[in-house]
Design a binder for this molecule. Structure first.
Ligand code: PCA
Length: 232
């Protein structure tokens, strides 16, 4: 069975008539990148249904790893998110008019969840490929942050692990023209796509070369530090 990556985008929202994350995801649907089949979902910007949609996609696709993509107008480059916070605090309502102010994503959940993708390796690969990108320390408090928090919660106990993370993309050049070229950085769809392909290739390569924790435990080469001390 071939390895799958689940790639998700979002529909347009707020003032944006297109969402480059949707175009990107759809353009890679069914393609094979880094030896992985790309399974795609495009979600509406709806807070109430997001968790269920992510959960269904994970169940249906059984991916080896997961990348969410969303639009962050004003960003100058690809932003690989490091962390999701347990906060929903919207500037504008979601696509069906739901507003959240200072609410948790999950009541009683941890304050933050850290992305489980190899962040530094991906950013280094972007650099080599000529794709501007960086590790971002805030995914905001809107739907993309919610996506990352929910997806990390859903994959938290997966065995083998399912590396999961999120990439924020700038607007497309045509959107920057509309929004004011003097103040809106943009990136072409081709360059964004090269960035996503590079990220997928990097993760797939690491999954090939790094033994999974279960393999390591199986061949008895690895002990938790404390345990070895006690056994001596
Ligand atoms: N961007 C929004 C939600 C959907 C999207 O594409 C965000 O950054 O939260």
């Amino acid at each position: 069975m071939s390895r799958k990556v689940l790639l998700t985008g979002f529909e347009p929202f707020g003032p944006h008539l297109v969402n480059p994350s949707e175009l990107l995801a759809r353009s890679l649907e069914g393609r094979i990148v880094g030896g992985c089949v790309v399974g795609v979902r495009v979600f509406p910007v709806e807070t109430r249904t997001l968790q269920d949609r992510i959960e269904a996609a994970l169940r249906e696709e059984q991916p080896a790893f997961v990348i969410g993509v969303g639009l962050a107008a004003g960003r100058a480059a690809l932003g690989l998110e490091r962390v999701a916070v347990n906060v929903l605090d919207f500037d504008i309502p979601d696509a069906v008019g739901t507003m959240r102010k200072n609410d948790p994503v999950q009541r009683g959940g941890p304050d933050g969840r850290l992305a489980t993708l190899p962040l530094n390796e991906i950013v280094a690969a972007w650099g080599e490929a000529g794709v501007p990108g960086y590790v971002s320390d805030s995914a905001g408090t809107y739907l993309c942050n919610q996506w990352l928090y929910e997806a990390l919660a859903l994959t938290a106990n997966a065995a083998p692990p399912i590396p999961t993370g999120f990439v924020h993309v700038p607007v497309l050049p045509a959107q920057a023209v509309q929004l004011g070229a003097d103040r809106t950085p943009s990136m072409t769809l081709d360059l964004m796509r090269r960035g996503l392909e590079t990220a997928i290739e990097t993760i797939a390569l690491l999954l090939d070369t790094k033994p999974t924790p279960s393999q390591r435990a199986g061949d008895k080469l690895w002990f938790p530090r404390g345990l070895r001390e006690v056994e001596r």
